[in-house]
Design a protein around this ligand. Structure first.
Ligand code: NAD
Ligand code: MG
Length: 366
């Protein structure tokens, strides 16, 4: 019986995690829940699960102290970090330092402070297991043979504007951006999927998770979202992980890792129903956030944190109706262009870069 804390329980990944836990009461006990602002949904969850600890981040003066309290509850073995954005970082660090498993949906933690997350894991003896479907696929394909890997390939759905001409993409509306073809997710990651910033975040996430150099990480557009990730080994053999798009499988895998838990609730794959599977290159000249983010990852230091913060601000302003879709990548580019990259020494240096980039991005939005 393993104790679970869910940070961001009221969101898309949080609710999917609860759906998985409902089917495995003999394996997992829910100990703690935190939500952001959705009070009524959190109240419903508390009624159903009766956790030892529950809190709303909106009621929290520091924003993150309730996340840290949830992590520190007695009996928590696994922390599912399903918070969106930079706000999830400190909880990831605290859980790893305390020797817990982090089932990581909050990819932003790794993007903004990959080195610090790795240090916390080594010092605390914690375990970092991805929830992101592509990285779960890579982990499953690696099957404990990371030494013989020559390349990892992450798939991208391409988002709702995959086939749109560039002049239409720049003028896309909020409703159009939120209409993802294959996944139902929170608003921020859905916009990131439309700009392809999400795939840049995932390249950086993959670099830190698997210790693979950037030149060995590739992205391919695969509109059906059936093949989630591929690993090429040194002999040229390629393994892929396949399934209908659902986050419940990668969540289940992260909870049970390295075991596979039987679960009749996950929709079975049917190759004939899946139909034709197609692959195409990323249109990097149209979806500029993608090459900008990958370049920030390669530059290293505080650059990925600045990319992430500028993106978070630009996406929030786009969702507010204050920034056109086409300006998201321009804001990111302008902020990165003004940043002097520093090494990531400690949490304070990451927070400083994040603060600087947020202010610079707000100014750029005007
Ligand atoms: P969401 O917006 O649906 O949920 C986010 C959760 O975090 C909510 O419970 C919200 O209340 C809480 N939250 C928001 N801001 C907070 C703050 N400042 N402090 C504390 N809590 C806060 O988002 P989501 O789609 O569930 O995504 C969560 C994370 O998982 C993101 O990092 C996303 O990139 C990643 N992810 C999501 C999916 C998916 O299918 N939804 C897939 C892969 C990765
Ligand atoms: Mg993903």
């Amino acid at each position: 019986m393993r104790g679970v804390a869910i940070l961001g329980s009221t969101g898309s990944i949080g609710c999917s995690t609860l759906a998985v836990l409902r089917r495995h009461p003999e394996r997992f006990r829910l100990v703690a829940l935190t939500g952001g602002a959705n009070r009524s949904r959190l109240a419903e969850q508390v009624r159903e699960w009766q956790p030892a600890y529950a809190a709303l981040a909106a009621d929290d003066e520091n924003g993150t102290s309730c996340l840290l309290e949830a992590v520190r509850q007695p009996g928590v073995d696994i922390v599912v970090n399903a918070v969106v954005g930079f706000a999830g970082l400190e909880a990831t660090l605290a859980a790893l330092r305390a020797g817990k498993r982090v089932a990581l949906a909050n990819k932003e933690s790794l993007v903004v402070a990959g080195e610090l997350v790795e240090r916390a894991r080594l010092e605390g003896g914690g375990q970092l297991v991805p929830v992101d479907s592509e990285h779960s696929a890579i982990l499953q394909c690696l099957a404990e043979r990371p030494a013989a890997v020559s390349r990892i390939i992450l798939t991208a759905s391409g988002g709702p504007f995959r086939e749109w001409p560039a002049d239409r993409v720049v003028a896309a509306t909020v409703d159009q951006a939120l209409n993802h073809p294959t996944w139902r997710m929170g608003a921020k990651i859905t916009v990131d999927s439309a700009t392809l910033a999400n795939k840049a975040l995932e390249v950086i996430e993959g670099h830190f998770l698997f210790g693979v150099p950037y030149q060995s990480i590739e992205v391919v557009v695969h509109p059906q979202s059936v093949v989630h990730g591929l690993v090429e080994f040194e002999d040229g053999s390629v393994l892929a992980q396949v399934g209908f798009p659902s986050m419940e499988l990668p969540i289940l895998y992260a909870l049970g890792y390295p075991e596979r838990l039987p679960d009749a609730g996950v929709r079975r794959f049917d190759p004939v129903a899946a139909g034709a599977l197609t692959f195409e290159p990323v249109r990097a000249e149209v979806f500029r956030a993608f090459p900008l983010g990958v370049a920030a990852g390669r530059a290293g230091g505080t650059a990925p944190a600045v990319f992430n913060a500028a993106n978070e601000v630009a996406v929030a302003r786009f969702l507010d109706g204050r920034l056109p879709f086409g300006r998201i990548a321009e804001v990111i580019e302008a902020v990165l262009g003004r940043h002097r990259i520093e090494p990531v020494r400690d949490l304070e240096s990451v927070k400083a870069a994040d603060r600087w980039a947020r202010a610079a991005a707000e100014k750029e939005v005007g």
